[in-house]
Design a protein around this ligand. Structure first.
Ligand SMILES: NC(=O)c1ccc[n+]([C@@H]2O[C@H](COP(=O)([O-])OP(=O)(O)OC[C@H]3O[C@@H](n4cnc5c(N)ncnc54)[C@H](OP(=O)(O)O)[C@@H]3O)[C@@H](O)[C@H]2O)c1
Length: 340
């Protein structure tokens, strides 16, 4: 009999947590005991996993007592509080929040890109920011082949990336404005009106004028690729899309690489799929990636403004690839490498 593991999902009632439960089920993850955790607000709610109904419990330090794997997605403060408690109780934490990502003692992992980092874990492993995870998948084969000198990134990020309240806010504003174009909109979760608009702010601003989200992309990309010398700039923008982040990425490579060579590299890289036929009007859009594992890449072309420049458009399901699937793939890899 293959070994089974006691698994808890902290944030089980959230956007990412619900997707985690779905991914665990779809991949037939070897779960023995299953424990969905959230706050006191939703404790008592029911979730279904593998055709069985489970009651959501309020998370406490003791929740992790019998658990072996904890998938965390309840926000940075909650992870700061509970991840050390879980690790102390021998429950390995795979954390989706930003709290531990830049901690030098904590591996930050996309399993197809830097699985070797898992070997150094001390009980907590960090999942990258969703926009970073999808981008490094498309960058890794290019990085290995010719090196990367500089990246210029612009993102078009969906509202689900800011949690369940943000996606609901987009729907409410859209409905209100369709019913009455003069309706007064008071933004609550997203910084400005998101219905029929785009907002160039994701997370708060830091001293250098960038947002935290932009700095996450810069710092996390360097950590995952293990290269502090890559020059990176990013502008992260919220768009009125429910699920799926899109990114325009301009890559300056160290050595010249042709568009054809980039296509060949991406075509064989796991969980990356090229959708790119301008003659047929084919390129990926966010609705194409919802619910799928693959990161879709299109609009691959040579940058005509500089030497060694490649442009591409990367689209992926932020809840799934950028968060839930990445976490479950980490857990699977740890089992495969006997690290649990
Ligand atoms: N959305 C994405 O695309 C994405 C991608 C990567 C990483 N992340 C990160 O994942 C985390 C969750 O994101 P989300 O989008 O799933 O947010 P969400 O939809 O707002 O869900 C938040 C979850 O955390 C739980 N929670 C809140 N306070 C808690 C507390 N005091 N104790 C226990 N549980 C608590 C909530 O439970 P209640 O229902 O009881 O409030 C809910 O289950 C965030 O740190 C986010 O940055 C999100």
């Amino acid at each position: 009999m293959p070994k089974k593991y006691n698994v808890c999902v902290l944030g089980a009632t959230g956007m990412v947590g619900r997707e985690m439960i779905k991914v665990l089920e779809q991949r037939n993850f070897p779960v023995d005991k299953f424990l969905p955790l959230a706050s006191e607000r939703t404790a008592g709610q029911k979730v279904t996993f593998q055709n069985k109904e489970y009651t959501v419990k309020e998370a406490t330090s003791e929740s992790f007592e019998e658990m072996q794997i904890g998938l965390f997605s309840a926000g940075a403060k909650i992870s700061a509080k509970f991840a050390p408690e879980a690790a102390k109780r021998k429950c390995i934490v795979i954390d989706n929040t930003s709290h531990f990502r830049m901690d030098p003692k904590v591996p930050l992992v996309v399993p197809e890109v830097n699985p070797e980092a898992l070997k150094t874990h001390k009980g907590i492993i960090a999942n990258p920011n969703c926009s970073t995870a999808q981008m490094v998948l498309a960058l890794k084969p290019i990085y290995d082949a010719v090196g990367i000198e500089r990246l210029v990134i612009s993102t078009y990020q969906s509202t689900s990336g800011w949690g369940k309240e943000a996606i609901a806010e987009m729907y409410e504003q859209t409905k209100a404005l369709l019913e009455n174009p003069k309706a007064k909109i008071v933004p609550k979760y997203i910084f400005k009106q998101i219905a029929f608009n785009v907002v160039p702010q994701i997370d708060s601003f830091v001293d250098n004028g960038y947002t935290k989200e932009e700095m996450k992309m810069i710092n996390e990309t360097r950590k995952i690729l293990g290269d502090e010398d890559i020059q990176i700039t990013a502008t992260c923008v919220r768009v009125p899309v429910a699920i799926g982040h899109a990114e325009s990425v301009n890559i300056k490579t160290k050595k010249k690489i042709s568009v054809e060579a980039v296509r060949k590299l991406l075509a064989t890289f796991p969980t990356v799929k090229i959708v790119d036929d301008p003659s047929m009007g084919e390129y990926p859009t966010p609705i194409d990636c919802v619910g799928i594992d693959d990161t879709l890449v299109g609009r691959i072309r040579e940058d005509i403004s500089q030497k060694n420049g490649i442009e591409m458009w990367i689209v992926s399901d932020n809840l799934r690839r950028g968060a839930a699937l990445n976490a479950v793939l980490i857990a699977e890899k740890m089992i495969e490498d006997s690290l649990v």
